[in-house]
Ligand binder design. Sequence first.
Ligand code: NI
Length: 397
Amino acid sequence: MNGLSAKAKEEDRQLHERLISIRRDLHQHPELAFQETRTAKRICRELDRLGIPYQSGVAETGIVADIPGRGDDSKKIALRADIDALPIHEETELPFSSQNDGVMHACGHDGHTTMVLGAAELLARDDDLPAPVRLLFQPAEERGAGAKAMIAAGALENVSMIFGGHVDRHYPTGTIVTHAGAVNASTDMFRIEIRGKGGHAARPHESIDSVVVGSLLVMALQTIVSREVNPAHPSVITVGRFDAGTASNVIAGRAELEGTIRTQENSVRDHVIASLRRICESVGLLHNAEISMSVREGVPPVINPPAMADIARRAASNVVGPDYAVPLHTANMGGEDFSYYLESIRGCYVRFGAREEGREGYPAHSSQFDFDENVLPIGANYFYRVARIAGAILQEE
Ligand code: NI
């Protein structure tokens, strides 16, 4: 082993240790959407240490940092981390468990923030970057609101491509999922109100029973996915709440239903919402009930353009080897507000395998969720590599 590689090895070891200590500090002090003030301070402290200029208070608690590079300053590569936690009481019994009761980093955003800070260190050390790099530390991903707020605050100005990622226990540590096409679903919510006519349970002919109308509606809605949508396009309609009635001997005059729609393509999303409206109208007509429906728009699906997934695959191959840069092994119907960035500019969203060998563990959003910390340097190196590779491509365009 020559002297240089020994030095590089020592630097790697120190970086890994530093990443673990940052991650544990963030994990111990989780904060909810748009309240990430301590988290933001911790990020700023790290950027100060690295001598990277930044603007804090972007979209309330977000941070935008800029690292210079060779190319055109109006053609930057962005790396994005989400920084917020969830309203969950932590039950991991880790020595660095949450000190904020009822708040927990149960989705690994502590890891994402740490990875981008690790990339910041690698980028700051590199005095020959092909393109300038912007770091986005985004609040409120869990509310689906942070990305929109960052864009409104101008975080994408002079940015040409953006890259992000998520830790994922479905894949072993040492793999990176670089998938072309849909990698997250849209997440619209719907609310349906049925107004029938209440009455005596013994005299149905004097009433319009909203429980019967609602039941029919729930079953009819399930035929949209099973009979109308191409089975090759994953989609879900779930009625999560059905509220009606007050007593066993009273026919309910009113019912309320709430649910979620998950799709991976905008054409399917539009079709499902239109069918929902049509079925509500028809069932109302069928039973003389008044049915109204409203949709609260959630995040759009995350769709990686093939050319961007290719850049991600090259970066991932550099870090974990080509055999471990893998496609999604099953459709992912969760939501992610990274989709708003991809509506504005090109980019790619990856998943970092974060399951320790021989341990099943608990899924994201569980009160016992944890991930393999060995993923931290992998993520940091991936973000560094992808900024270099995408930057070089950008300058050639
Ligand atoms: Ni998440």
